[in-house]
Write a protein that binds this ligand. Structure first.
Ligand SMILES: *[C@@H]1O[C@H](CO)[C@@H](O)[C@H](O)[C@H]1NC(C)=O
Ligand SMILES: *[C@@H]1O[C@H](CO)[C@@H](O)[C@H](O)[C@H]1NC(C)=O
Length: 566
């Protein structure tokens, strides 16, 4: 690296420098008093910053200790009034998603101040929302979204989700393409989504860095201001926060570059080998710097194009891997064990339910599995997808995340994915968690979003029915304590929609999905003929009305419908 003074100044902002300087200076003074080295080594002028930088390489991302005693959100918008949500049926997300309380919530300064019997005394000018017993959940978290990078309306010039400049692009940032005029932010909020992980598309093995954003409008249309806990590498404010990275394998990268799965996996290995070499050089360098062996040490080894991938190897990045088939997951599991990094989630993992033990062999910890509920079979690699996946994965102890992949599915209907997963067997507590607490944890943000707990961000949805009831719609949505729906219209839902729907017993179908690897036979067990008759047909659309044979069958079927014997 050339000109380390500049590079460092560029990467570490003033407040951090002074903090790190203290650490560095105390280290330097110990060093200077060390008699045997005293004349042997010459301390470089930037020794303190180098020492601080070396120490920062090994920090595990997460909020600082004092985060948990915060009294105001860093996202608080001055002038926002405190709000009391009265008489709510609150799904808090605690106790494995099984805790439900009938009580009040007080939000102020962008955070949840009180849950339960609220003491209003310290508050003035409180807005009151009488929930009249309505269901309240945390704001929904979409772990896989292209909001802003594939915008509505989908005009030329608004497709910023995929770069086709090469299969390995860890230096790109989805944030650089985040369109402030995307109409879908508001539409997603109308469906209760408050936070989304905006990923680059899946054209590349390594598509670039993703960013977790809150969807409410920000002052000055600032895309940066939408980012929740911008990592240090972005704006230098948060020393030690999680970063996100997109990977993809399977048909998409093959298709984008006329390659094969073999090419994609080699692209991964070559990229990680490059990052590993830089990481090892840094470690060697720092081992010397931290023991005072400065002679001939030179500059800290780093490379702006590879620093994000080096951070993956240091365990400081949540890796999101679009990985559909068993063969793809097998290759990625090998890659993680070869280079020793972990994967936060396998996305679009259509075959994960067939290979749960393979998923668990990924380095470090088992990745979560992020899925659509029923949207499968649209490509060869999605062909064995099953609507029973979420249930089967949960039965195997894997974390399940339901996602929109907006605009592939409309983020506004994210809760519908959880509703369907629940219908096909995912328990209610896990179905609700799959769009709130679980994705929050997968993104490394579950210290502030995804549950209704005192001190958490005031991201809250008041529903018109039980959120897992089909057609559930938000009556109001809060982000950072700010009501998002200006004139919400609420339609009256029947009492039956006020509790979690009862669901069929699919035990046989679930066993069959596994037995037949996603392709259970469609024939009826009793059928012993190759003729199928449709009874009770009301009307029939024929591609070619001249096809008489079909018309005859239709006539016969109509006869049946009107009670005649065929
Ligand atoms: C809460 O709302 C329900 C439904 O409207 C109502 O029956 C109940 O009396 C309310 N409870 C309180 C304490 O206001
Ligand atoms: C970085 O982002 C945070 C949160 O959005 C913001 O408060 C801070 O001012 C930003 N810092 C810089 C240097 O832009």
């Amino acid at each position: 690296m050339k000109g380390s003074g500049y590079q460092f100044a560029h990467r570490v902002p003033a407040p951090q420098v002074s903090l790190l300087l203290l650490v560095g200076l105390s280290f330097a003074s110990v060093y200077l008093l060390w008699p045997s080295n005293r004349h042997a080594e010459s301390l470089p002028i930037n020794a303190e910053v180098v020492i601080a930088q070396c120490k920062a390489l090994h920090l595990t991302p997460g909020p600082p200790e004092d985060f948990y005693s915060r009294t105001q959100s860093d996202r608080f918008v001055g002038g926002t009034r405190p709000t009391l949500i009265q008489n709510a049926t609150i799904w808090t997300g605690r106790e494995d998603g099984k805790e439900i309380i009938r009580d009040d919530i007080l939000i102020d300064k962008g955070i949840i101040k009180q849950v339960g019997s609220v003491n209003l005394r310290p508050y003035a000018n409180v807005e009151v929302l009488d929930a009249e017993g309505a269901w309240v959940s945390p704001g929904l978290v979409d772990a896989h979204s292209h909001l802003g990078v594939y915008s509505s309306p989908a005009l030329n010039g608004a497709a910023d989700g995929n770069s086709y400049k090469g299969p390995v692009l860890p230096w790109l940032r989805s944030l650089d393409g985040l369109n402030m005029q995307d109409d879908s932010y508001r539409l997603a909020i109308a469906g209760g989504v408050t936070t989304a992980n905006v990923l680059p598309g899946s054209a590349n093995a390594i598509g670039g860095q993703a960013f977790v954003v809150k969807l409410r409008p920000t002052a000055g249309h600032s895309s940066s201001a939408m980012v929740l806990e911008p990592p240090f590498s972005l704006n230098g404010t948060y020393l030690n926060r999680w970063r996100q990275m997109k990977h993809a394998c399977g048909e998409y990268p093959s298709g984008a570059y006329s390659g094969t799965r073999m090419d994609t996996q080699w692209a991964f290995r070559q990229a990680y080998d490059t990052a590993r070499i830089i990481r090892d050089k840094q470690n060697e360098y720092c081992a010397k710097a931290l023991t005072g062996k400065w002679n001939g040490l030179g500059d800290f080894p780093e490379d702006l194009q590879w620093e994000a991938l080096v951070d993956v190897l240091r365990g400081r990045v949540k890796v999101h891997t679009h990985c559909p088939e068993a063969v793809d997951m097998d290759a990625m599991v090998r890659l993680t064990n070869e280079f020793k990094f972990s994967i936060a989630a396998f996305h679009h993992a259509h075959e994960a339910y067939l290979v749960p033990d393979l998923v668990k062999k990924a380095y470090g910890h088992p990745p979560a599995v992020a899925l659509f509920a029923t949207s499968a079979r649209f490509t060869r690699e999605a062909y064995r997808g099953s609507e029973f996946s979420p249930r089967i994965l949960a039965d195997n102890g894997l974390d399940v995340v339901m996602k929109s992949d907006h605009p592939v599915l409309n983020a506004r209907h994210l809760m519908y994915e959880a509703q369907q997963a629940h219908y096909f067997g995912l328990p209610a507590n896990l179905a609700l968690a799959s769009v709130t607490n679980t994705p929050a944890r997968v993104l490394g943000q579950d210290h502030r979003i995804g549950r209704i707990i005192e001190g958490f961000d005031a991201d809250i949805v008041v529903w018109d029915s039980h959120p897992l009831a089909l057609g559930a719609a938000p009556k109001q949505v809060f982000i950072d304590g700010i009501a998002q729906l200006e004139k919400p219209y609420t339609s009256l839902k029947p009492p039956s929609a006020q509790h979690a729907p009862t669901t069929p017993n699919f035990d046989k179908e679930i066993a069959d999905a596994i037995k037949y690897e996603g392709l259970p036979p469609l024939e009826l067990e009793t059928a012993n003929s190759d003729v199928v008759m449709f009874r009770n047909v009301g009307s029939l659309f024929l591609k070619n009305p001249a096809t008489r044979r079909v018309s005859e069958v239709f006539t016969l079927a109509k006869g049946e419908a009107s009670g005649k014997t065929v």
